[in-house]
Design a protein around this ligand. Structure first.
Ligand SMILES: *Cc1c(COP(=O)(O)O)cnc(C)c1O
Length: 385
């Protein structure tokens, strides 16, 4: 038998009680039974988003909500600034360009976090820019961007929106949409929300809704105006992802029972333990400035092929990590801390990493990574019990 551990930054493991909830016979969506669940979900999402605004649920993976942000709030020819520091920053650039927006891209080396001054300089150089797009956590590089500080810069302008891809930060770290001046916040189901893929969530500030009125880009399935009207009546414009929404209701209860502070603390602890383990094994972290608590990425020794390494762990040992994307393919490994993930998942991850490294001939003292991780976990958790 090979027991499976899904430790990649999406999709992530789904708790048993959520799987069981979603396994119940399907219900019809135009019923009070569904509307009650839907209303509950929409309310329970607000503290996780840090907002009083409507959280709209869309059927489609996270990218659907990213595209919805662009097509609902902008017009062809609009100039926008994009922080492009990895695969997902590049996705903002691609979506914006697909719809004829003029993109000013702040290109960063993969692994770097943008400095608020770099965004400030771009705002000064482009006074006509209508928005700034960014990831909170750039999952491809495991770096976090200083969202709160950048939000403070942009909220001074009525003419500009701050659009944040929170797909691996909402539910991972505190994200205060309203207080931090985030105008559009998007996330997806299969990362911190510990659900299967297929659902995305988007919230807009009043400022962003005023942009919706002016937007001339084509949209039909992703029309947020239409969704807002339906969802304020606790239904959806089209057939919703019923099972995922029922699962999300359960997930949000689980998160509220644990307490959001504890959810964030758990991610922080697992991330810290993994970073210490990786450093103890002699590896360099990919995130140079502010590492994300969603996942930890690091460079493998040059003589180990990352593709083969990840495949070996997945197929022979049942442990799924993620490799690198684009030019980092084969060079790095990324270990997730997202969602239904606790200290023993972290220790499993480090232990599997060590066994794989030993198999691939890396020269190190077996156990140093696990020891470093356990020391962090003992110091910040076990000793306090
Ligand atoms: C996973 C991810 C996405 C893409 O979401 P899909 O669900 O694959 O469409 C976008 N941004 C970030 C930061 C992600 O981690």
């Amino acid at each position: 038998m090979i027991k499976k551990y899904l430790l990649a930054p999406g999709p992530t493991m789904v708790p048993e009680e959520v799987l069981l909830e979603m396994a119940k016979p399907i219900i019809h969506h135009r019923t009070s039974e569904f509307s009650n669940i839907f209303a509950n979900v929409r309310e329970k999402l607000k503290p996780v988003f840090g907002t009083k605004n409507d959280c709209l649920l869309l059927s489609g993976s996270g990218t659907a909500a990213m595209e919805a942000a662009v097509v609902n709030c902008f017009s062809s020819g609009d100039k926008v600034i994009v922080v492009n520091a990895g695969k997902f920053g590049k996705r903002w650039v691609e979506i914006c360009k697909s719809y004829g927006l003029e993109v000013v891209s702040i290109d960063l080396e993969w692994g770097r976090s943008v400095k608020p001054e770099q965004v400030e300089a771009a705002l000064i150089a482009n006074p006509d820019a209508k928005g700034v797009f960014i990831q909170a956590s750039e999952t491809s590089t495991t770096a976090y961007h200083p969202i709160k500080e950048i939000g403070n810069l942009i909220k001074l302008f009525d003419s500009k929106l701050f659009i944040v891809d929170g797909i691996t930060s909402v539910g991972v770290v505190e994200t205060k949409m309203d207080e931090w001046g985030i105008d559009i916040l998007v996330t997806g189901s299969q990362k911190a929300f510990m659900l299967p893929p297929g659902l995305s969530i988007i919230a807009l500030s009043d400022k962003a809704w005023s942009f919706v009125e002016k937007s001339n880009l084509p949209k039909y399935y992703l029309s947020l105006k239409k969704e807002r009207k339906s969802q304020s009546d606790n239904t959806t414009a089209y057939t919703p992802a019923v099972s995922l929404i029922i699962g999300l209701n359960k997930v949000l209860d689980t998160m509220m029972n644990e307490g959001l502070e504890n959810v964030y603390g758990r991610h922080e602890l697992c991330a810290l333990a993994t970073r210490e383990a990786v450093k103890a094994l002699g590896f360099e972290l990919l995130a140079k400035d502010i590492p994300s608590n969603a996942a930890t990425g690091f460079y493998l020794p040059e003589n180990i092929d990352g593709g083969k390494f990840v495949k070996f762990l997945r197929e022979k040992m049942g442990v799924t990590f993620a490799g690198g994307q684009d030019h980092l393919k084969g060079k790095i490994v990324r270990i997730s801390h997202l969602g239904y993930h606790d200290i023993f998942d972290t220790l499993t991850a480090i232990s599997a990493l060590e066994l794989g490294l030993k198999y691939f001939g890396y020269n190190f003292e077996v156990g140093v990574g696990v020891k470093a991780a356990e020391e962090v976990i003992f110091k910040y958790k076990v000793s306090k019990l």
